[in-house]
Design a protein around this ligand. Sequence first.
Ligand code: 1KN
Length: 448
Amino acid sequence: EISLKYGADRLGKRHDDSMRKFRDNRLGAFIHWGLYAIPGGEWNGKVYNGAAEWLKSWAKVPADEWLKLMDQWNPEKFNAKAWAKMAKKMGVKYVKITTKHHEGFCLWPSKYSQYTVAQTPYKKDILGELIKAYNDEGIDVHFYFSVMDWSHPDYRYDIKSKEDEAAFNRFLEFTDNQLKELATRYPTVKDFWFDGTWDASIKKNGWWTAHVEQMLKDMLPGVTINSRLRADDYGKRHFDSNGHLMGDYESGYERRLPDPVKDVKVTRWDWEACMTVPENQWGYHKDWSISYVKTPLEVLERIVHAVSMGGNMVVNFGPQADGDFRHEEKELADAIGKWMQEYGECIYGCDYAGWDKQSWGYYTRKGKDVYMVVFNPPYSKLLVVKTPKGTKVTKAVLLDGKDIGVKETARNEYNVNMPAKAPAGPFVIKLQIEEDASVTDKYRDALT
Ligand SMILES: COc1ccc([C@@H]2N[C@@H](C)[C@@H](O)[C@H]2O)cc1
């Protein structure tokens, strides 16, 4: 291994209470809310199909013109308690909120910027209202923070001169001040999820990314930090030059998931995926017909897929400028919440089971309990289960306790019966197992 000053601070997963809570939460919601919600993907009469929170970039709007949108920021339907109730009903255990996206508009009254809610007709501290409302519902709050800031004159994409260096150092100090301000004003925050950290300017300042992680952990013991913040001595990001994960969990699975067979290695570390409901819209876009919109069942399958591989899933919501949610997102929250109400025990506090994936769906595991989450019931009505050496399945029940029967068919192979009355949607079977490596069996391998 090469010696690094700004590489991974720790090898292996964190096992303290705060990280355990982060991991056991498993299901989160993203809230992308900013000035971009006002134009909703349209500028000067032209609708752009790119991500709505990037409209400033697609329409090449100068910063000062874009920030004039602040004069229209007055979400008269905004009700933090209603947002928190919606999240509670969906069954999310945490919410990640965009404190400041690339545009530079702050949802809190930062004293280090003139582009905040305080300078809008709304005036009030939206971030403060949201944290109180979510925490009152027992929901943890995580902060999304974009380092790249299109409103700040000292931001640099690369460092090519002494002036760049001086400007960017001022910018890093500005960013430190905002982060300290967030940690001081909102000490119940549990996580910082950094974005906008891919530019050469950051990669050339890996030291600063290590300093930010340490600074926040000194201020908020237990706080979790995503790998996307981090660059090492050589500008390597997420994983350092020795291949070790930096930060507390991998945060590269954005709108994609690891393959359940080819990417089993991800089960060795903590990771969190995030996803959009349309193909690629985080902020509010007025026209969702421009791309495919995932059904609630497709969202549910991604949630289960992530947990089955030892990861978290954060489902994105892009609130309207008026502070209400579009009906598609309300219906999604409702549908997911109904399923979690009935089957959530296979999600919360669960992890990778370590068994080979089967075509009918996904396994998750909590202690001695192995769950089968069935998305694709077979015509045979027989659910094939293959267990690791020394593991036997002794019982298969529905969550209401009803025994549905399991039969050993070969060494470490079983057929679990589908319930007589096939459920109307994805359902869960709980397996009772015995793990004993010393067990011998009656089976004989064929000589070939
Ligand atoms: C250039 O590619 C991207 C894609 C998405 C992003 C941001 N990350 C997501 C979590 C959203 O915030 C999106 O705007 C930034 C750059």
